[in-house]
Design a binder for this molecule. Structure first.
Ligand code: GCV
Length: 717
């Protein structure tokens, strides 16, 4: 072999071997190096007894074999009968013998239909380890949970876990278009290769399903909420069916977005009026057609009368009419309608933050049983920080599901390291006070506050066909963390970071401790260098890449950053208190009072709710101007700290991911400075004050920052 060919092959092989690491996400299955832990697992994992033969169980066994071989260098024997002791028994409740069923009865009583049990039991004087649940998908969840215990080097001693998801619908929303572009996607193109489907099944579809199942995600909306009706034609439904077949054994249901005007666009009707009998019939027939192909089809997600999308209001009807009409079509098959509350009108100049509540709250109790209203975490749009959406807790007779954004539309795309579970946790822990103290958003979402029958959490996916799935290696943690919080909205983000780091990189405490801290602090860093003290939506418009607080020339007032910060010579901030738009009145009285009063309003939300003078004294004694400037600087400093932490991790991880993250942090550093300098120079025109000591001087002029244009920024159609 010629030397050049040899070198080429070597580079190719080592490249693909390394690339695999990124691709493997949190399922690395690294060797267990702790001898005591390894020997505990080894002795319990010599034999696996598989009590069943379904596709899902086969997947479970294969996953265990892969994990055990990789982590312990041990190849377990696969058996179908329980013989001797120290077996790992895998199977759902109906497949267990009566002894086992009896032994586990109290554990089964504790779990729901998707919950699992992992337990060391003694059967006929013999020790066994069992993973079970009420059906095979629940067993698969148990298997992944067990593998997580291995990956995090958790001791098996006294092992007894019973765990159930707290929400029914744990779902990714892909904003993927049929041409494979991804709206707000920063990790390449869509995974769904519509042109090659249904005959070509990309291994990626399987790997996608596996990754989702490993964190308990059980649904996926394949298409953009800015919907294309073509997805509902037979030509595309055949392709959707192929994907549904791949996902089914992993417990993942497929959902689609429904374009409200589809009866006109692909059905040749003259109208899409939800009260028109022909329209109702069209949707009913469409549902029959879909369920014939996909018997477990989940239902539709709908964005209606929002940002130009068609909806019932085009026909003088309302959201209830539209949602209920679709609900009737899918109800016979057990389908649900996820109807989005993300609405705001260009004709309401008052306050965009108030509009969803104003429009939806009065519909409480009017939706059919299989409708769930999907509400974004905050009232504007996935900002680095928003107070919780006032609709949470305010519709006691209507199930509301949470919509988080995993893709970082407003948080630096996939070039910034931001650990989002911290943001998600902050929202879920917020107290709505709707049924007294402790009425948290998590309790609204998991249905425990108002005893809702259907519950759910949606996350706008950050996944594309990049080799590492999410663009930034650490953005994988946001996908992972979303899944974990959808399963249990009460999980602590620190626990999530810990699990993810151990499963993705290393169990070495010298690595875990500092990097976990870096992740946890990363959310506040982005708030500080982009939108401190309650500022919001001051990103450059359209693509939302970088700062654009000066933008004021767009046709709709609420598309302009100046609408949100309202900086003038008197001060800065959006007055949503009683003296302003009175948006605070949309919250329960306890929360209203807290936000309404300048003295009690948390400083992190200050400029969200109040227009405050530049000389206003912050709690730390600084003037608002100085405090704001120092926050911007703090954000930059935090990124530098992140870089310093990361630079010391080289010896614990592979070179490829180390280098990738190092380069990305350098981009984040540059962009954090860009944010600081551009925003401070712009706001300084109004404050008329010098930068305080400790804030670095900008290296460019305001005109320079204003001149920057990004016509090809990703994710913007
Ligand atoms: C899919 C924001 C985004 C849009 C998105 C919209 C929505 O406005 O910028 O890209 O559209 O939210 O959630 O519907």
């Amino acid at each position: 072999m010629k030397l050049s060919r040899f070198v080429f092959l070597f580079v190719l092989i080592s490249f693909s071997a390394l690339a695999q690491k990124d691709y493997k996400l949190w399922l690395q299955y690294n060797k267990i190096t702790n001898p005591a832990i390894a020997s505990e697992y080894k002795s319990n994992l010599k034999n696996i007894v598989s009590l069943g033969n379904s596709e899902t169980l086969k997947i479970s066994i294969k996953e265990l074999e892969t994990g055990i071989l990789s982590m312990l260098d041990q190849k377990p024997q696969i058996k179908t009968e329980i013989e001797g002791e120290n077996n790992l028994i895998i199977g759902s409740k109906p497949s267990l013998n009566s002894d086992l069923q009896k032994t586990l009865q109290s554990d089964f009583d504790k779990i729901n239909s998707e919950g699992f049990i992992i337990k060391l039991v003694v059967l006929k004087n013999k020790k066994q380890l069992i993973i079970t649940g009420k059906n095979d998908v629940a067993v698969l969840y148990g298997v992944f949970s067990f593998l997580r215990l291995m990956q995090t080097n958790t001791s098996l001693k006294n092992l007894s876990i019973s765990d159930s998801p707290k929400t029914n619908i744990r779902i990714l929303n892909h904003w993927d278009n049929l041409d494979r572009t991804v709206e707000r996607g920063y990790a390449g193109f869509s995974l769904w290769n519509w042109q090659k489907l249904p005959d070509f099944i990309d291994q990626r579809y399987v790997d996608y399903a596996r990754a989702n199942a490993s964190i308990g995600i059980n649904g996926t909306v394949l298409t953009n909420v800015n919907a294309n009706a073509l997805i509902l034609t037979p030509q595309y439904l055949e392709k959707v069916e192929a994907l549904a077949n791949v996902f089914r054994p992993y417990g993942i249901k497929v959902y689609l977005t429904a374009r409200f005007s589809a009866p006109i666009e692909i059905g040749n009707l003259k109208t899409a009026d939800p009260k028109d009998p022909e329209v109702m019939n069209w949707w009913k027939n469409k549902a029959v057609e879909i369920y014939k192909r996909i018997p477990d089809f989940g239902g539709f997600l709908v964005k209606a009368n929002s940002e130009g999308q068609p909806g019932p209001q085009n026909y003088g009807r309302d959201h209830v009419d539209g949602a209920n009409m679709l609900a009737d079509a899918v109800a016979p098959f057990g389908g649900v309608i996820m109807w989005r509350a993300f609405v705001y009108s260009e004709h309401d100049a008052n306050d965009r933050a108030k509009q969803a509540y104003a429009e939806f709250q009065l519909y409480d109790g009017k939706f059919k049983e299989n409708v769930i209203v999907q509400v974004k975490n905050g009232a504007i749009d996935f900002q680095p920080r928003e107070p919780f959406h006032p609709l949470f807790g305010a519709m006691p007779k209507t199930p509301l599901m949470m919509e988080f954004q995993i893709t970082q539309e407003y948080l630096g795309f996939s070039t910034h390291l931001v650990f989002l579970p911290k943001l998600f946790q902050e929202v879920l822990e917020s107290d709505t006070y709707r049924k007294g103290k402790g009425s948290t958003v998590a309790k609204v979402v998991d249905g425990s506050l108002y005893n809702n029958k259907i519950t759910g959490i949606a996350g706008v996916a950050n996944i594309g066909n990049d080799l590492n799935w999410t663009g930034h290696p650490f953005a994988q943690a946001n996908w992972y963390g979303f899944g974990r919080l959808a399963w249990n909205p009460y999980l602590d983000s620190e626990v999530i970071a810990d699990e993810w780091l151990r499963s993705t990189f290393s169990n070495d405490e010298n690595f875990i401790k500092p990097v976990k801290k870096m992740m946890i602090d990363s959310r506040e860093a982005v708030v500080n260098y982009m939108t401190p003290l309650g500022l919001h939506h001051i990103m450059d418009t359209g693509h939302h890449y970088g700062p654009g607080p000066w933008v004021s020339n767009l046709s709709r007032p609420e598309w302009n950053p100046v609408y949100y910060h309202k900086a003038d010579k008197n001060g800065i901030g959006f007055d949503r208190s009683k003296s302003g738009t009175n948006a605070t009145a949309q919250y329960a009285i306890e929360v209203e009072k807290l936000f309404d009063n300048l003295e009690t309003c948390p400083e992190k939300d200050l400029l969200w709710f109040h227009h405050v003078s530049w000389d206003y004294k912050l709690k730390n004694g600084q003037t608002l101007w100085n405090g704001l400037a120092l926050k911007y600087q703090e954000g930059v400093n935090q990124v530098v700290t992140m870089q310093n932490i990361w630079n010391k991790t080289e010896k614990y991880i592979d070179a490829e991911r180390f280098n990738e993250v190092q380069m990305l942090l350098e981009i984040q550093n540059k962009e954090a400075k860009w944010w600081r300098d551009a925003c401070l120079l712009y706001f300084q025109q109004y404050s008329g004050k010098e930068l305080p000591a400790g804030v670095e001087k900008p290296t460019q002029t305001l005109d320079y920052f204003k001149s920057l244009k990004f016509p090809f920024a990703p994710g913007n159609g």
